[in-house]
Write a protein that binds this ligand. Structure first.
Ligand code: ATP
Length: 233
């Protein structure tokens, strides 16, 4: 069953036309990669889905319903949850406080303790403030905070951005556990190997257009595309 569907959306910043007829769909439980280099339109796609920068035309459907006109908060309440590139962990709140706050705001939250099981790295950091954590720890906290709300669709915008390779490995391991649960994920990445490891299908976006769609196995055979659109050789 299709959970999230983008049907030929066009998104602008003022007069600047950034997304051109972008269509993609995610079936329930799927982990789908959105691959593209800097400035290709990944974040704008995420913002379009959330309604932060709503498309000027085209349709975003969630569970079959058109989301047009709904605010980001309303989309969130329906079960669409974005972990933005900059993570937005509350800097002066501790890990525990960040998680408790998310727990309080959700209608049917998961227990905070479950998040420490899923992200053991966070356990010893319970009383650390967000601002004193590394980028990788903040990323894990941001994902944990989203998962507490039992999202139906989790949008992960470049989770590896700015992280050291060893931390990327930790994050990959923990996200493996996350994606084996029944959540549908759209993962935007420039880090192709990271995305290949977690996703089963992928789209390539370039200058605001989807230029390829296929399974990860297919993509792995397409060195030409990876080189052309992602500068991987
Ligand atoms: P990145 O890895 O840099 O986040 P991205 O694939 O997420 O890349 P977007 O952030 O979606 O790309 O940017 C797509 C295009 O839109 C780029 O050309 C960018 O310069 C432009 N853009 C992004 N945000 C704005 C904005 N607020 N106003 C005007 N143009 C913008």
């Amino acid at each position: 069953m299709t959970v999230l569907e983008l049907d030929e959306i066009n998104t602008y910043y003022g007069n600047s036309h950034v997304l051109h007829d972008v269509s993609l769909e995610l079936a329930e439980g799927e982990v789908v990669a959105l691959l593209g280099r800097n400035g290709a339109g990944k974040t704008t796609t995420m913002r379009s889905i959330m309604g932060v920068t709503p498309p000027r035309d085209g349709t975003v459907r969630f569970d079959g319903a058109d989301l047009d006109g709904l605010s980001p908060d309303e989309r969130n309440e329906l079960g669409v949850n974005l972990v933005p590139e900059d993570r937005r962990v509350f800097p002066t709140l501790t890990v525990q406080e960040n998680l408790t706050l998310a727990h309080k705001l959700a209608d049917d939250p998961r227990p905070v303790e479950e998040m420490y099981e899923l992200f053991p790295v966070l356990d010893p950091l319970r009383s650390n403030q967000g601002q004193n954590m590394s980028g990788g720890e903040q990323q894990m906290l941001a994902v944990a905070r989203a998962l507490i709300q039992r999202p139906k669709v989790l949008l992960l915008d470049e989770p590896t951005e700015g992280l050291a390779p060893v931390i990327v490995d930790d994050l990959r391991e923990m996200l493996h556990d996350v994606v084996s649960e029944d959540v549908t994920v759209l993962l935007s990445e420039q880090n192709v190997n990271f995305a290949f490891d977690l996703a089963t299908r992928g789209y390539i976006i370039d200058t605001g257009e989807i230029v390829y769609e296929g399974t990860i196995e297919e993509l792995q055979q397409r060195d030409d595309l990876l080189e052309r659109y992602l500068a991987v050789s």
